[in-house]
Design a protein around this ligand. Structure first.
Ligand SMILES: Cc1cc2nc3c(=O)[nH]c(=O)nc-3n(C[C@H](O)[C@H](O)[C@H](O)COP(=O)(O)OP(=O)(O)OC[C@H]3O[C@@H](n4cnc5c(N)ncnc54)[C@H](O)[C@@H]3O)c2cc1C
Length: 414
């Protein structure tokens, strides 16, 4: 039952992809929700969605389980119309003779996943939150979090005004990203296992159609992924991500576009056609962090604040969405049984159900780092099928397990 003395049932700090998704999932049965962010309102309205929403924008590979969650939230149709389908994954390793192609049809699905520009996904979530009965507080500078006996209070200033606001809730969900200020205020540390690596990101124009195929290419010096994005004016393009040791990323970032295309084509080969031209290059440091606590009485830490995982696994958001779905179902059930949604016992139920998924998913990502060093094609293959968030497909997981010691699929010279 809702306690009338609280301002909110749930307060969510951080309106990123995870905070927005969590608020929508909770709002299906819980009415009194506030989402708070430190960004100004106009920065939410000005997310560019130009004629070509993929230009200069990172995309996000969504697993089938994520698309099913968005379908249930009623936003998948909106996202899907601008997303690219991933039907096949081609995995190869520089210097190895074998390559593997995994197709959706092999596991009885039409697609393995979708790739969509971050802004398309974000704007769709934001529009839905704004049309739902969810309160939004922009431009909020968080100053304190106090844990009371059976609720939580947050203290913040809006728009740098002197006046402080205090709001209470039965449950506080922290989704304010990496180096979370909220976790700092709560005294929750993060273990940092970040490697000295960076991701170079751009879109590459190709000489032939992508045929809905994603590519993964390994070497001991780095890992490259090409993920299909929608055709623009008859131009075939893929999102290009290259994870490299920091020193190589520094070196390659200094290259001209022409030289960069040559070096990346040399690393990748010609299986996706000629690399014709590229968009602006962006660089992202690679973080691998893990909060030392994810739940406390009346508090849950989620998203990047809880676990930021190796990004080449394209799993971070897919995993956090599964976390948010599980949390919402656990707290909705507990409310229906008359229990407090913030009780430690309820939150422990959530975490114990998700901890296996979290360690498996983060583990896949961590293992990828060793794939750079280890020369074991099967291990690389098994890891790589998890790359695009597809490990959430039970039948694919089973297929991978069934691989045993032999590599399945079309084995061709690499
Ligand atoms: C190169 C790269 C590629 C990736 N590709 C994929 C992929 O293909 N598939 C996939 O599933 N995942 C992918 N990921 C991971 C994915 O991007 C993250 O898991 C996801 O963005 C995390 O979202 P978040 O909401 O937890 O954090 P964030 O997006 O960081 O959001 C945090 C929010 O909190 C707000 N905030 C910060 N501080 C405060 C404060 N003090 N008070 C109030 N608000 C605050 C911020 O303004 C922001 O709105 C990738 C990551 C990288 C780096």
């Amino acid at each position: 039952m809702k306690d009338k003395s609280r301002d909110y049932d749930i307060i969510i700090i951080g309106a990123g992809l995870v905070g927005l998704s969590a608020s929508l999932l909770m709002s299906r049965k819980i009415e009194n929700i506030l989402v708070l962010d430190n960004k100004r309102e106009d920065s939410f309205h000005s997310l560019p969605e130009s004629e070509d929403p993929y230009q200069g924008v990172k995309s996000i590979a969504l697993s089938l389980s994520s698309t099913k969650i968005f379908e249930a939230l009623g936003i998948w149709k909106d996202i899907k119309k601008d997303a690219a389908i991933i039907e096949n994954v081609h995995v190869s390793s520089k210097g190895d003779v074998g390559s593997v192609v995994l197709s959706a049809s092999e596991i009885g699905e039409e697609v393995l996943g979708h790739n969509v520009a971050n802004t398309i996904l974000y704007n769709s979530l934001y529009r839905k939150v704004k049309s739902a009965k969810i309160d939004f507080q922009y431009d909020s500078n968080l100053e304190g979090i106090s844990c009371k006996k059976d609720h939580v209070e947050i203290c913040f200033r809006v728009n740098n005004k002197v006046e402080k606001k205090i709001l209470s809730a039965d449950l506080l969900i922290v989704t304010d990203g990496l180096n979370s200020k909220s976790s700092g205020l709560l005294g929750i540390d993060s273990e940092d296992h970040s490697p000295l690596q960076e991701a170079i990101f751009t879109n590459i124009f190709l000489s032939k159609p992508t045929l809905n195929t994603a590519y993964q290419r390994f070497s001991k010096d780095g890992h490259m992924a090409l993920l299909p994005i929608p055709v623009l004016n008859n131009d075939h393009r893929s999102e290009f991500i290259w994870v490299l040791p920091k020193n190589l990323s520094d070196e390659y970032s200094k290259l001209s576009d022409k030289e960069f295309l040559r070096v990346s084509q040399q690393f990748f080969g010609y299986r996706a056609g000629n690399f014709k031209k590229l968009d602006k290059r962006l660089r992202f440091p690679i973080y691998r962090q893990q909060a030392t606590e994810q739940i406390r009485h009346n508090i849950v830490i989620m998203g990047n604040s809880a676990h930021s995982i190796y990004p080449i696994a394209a799993q971070g958001f897919n995993l956090s969405l599964r976390d948010a779905q599980k949390l919402s179902s656990v707290i909705i059930n507990s409310r229906e049984c008359g229990k407090s949604i913030g009780s430690f016992e309820v939150l422990q139920d959530y975490l114990s159900e998700q901890v296996f998924d979290q360690s498996l998913t983060a583990g896949f990502g961590d293992n990828l780092k060793s794939a750079f060093a280890k020369d074991n094609p099967l291990a690389r293959f098994v890891r790589s099928v998890s790359l695009l968030g597809f490990d959430s497909i039970p039948s694919l997981r089973k297929a991978v397990i069934n691989l045993g010691v032999g590599v399945r699929g079309n084995s061709k010279p690499g």
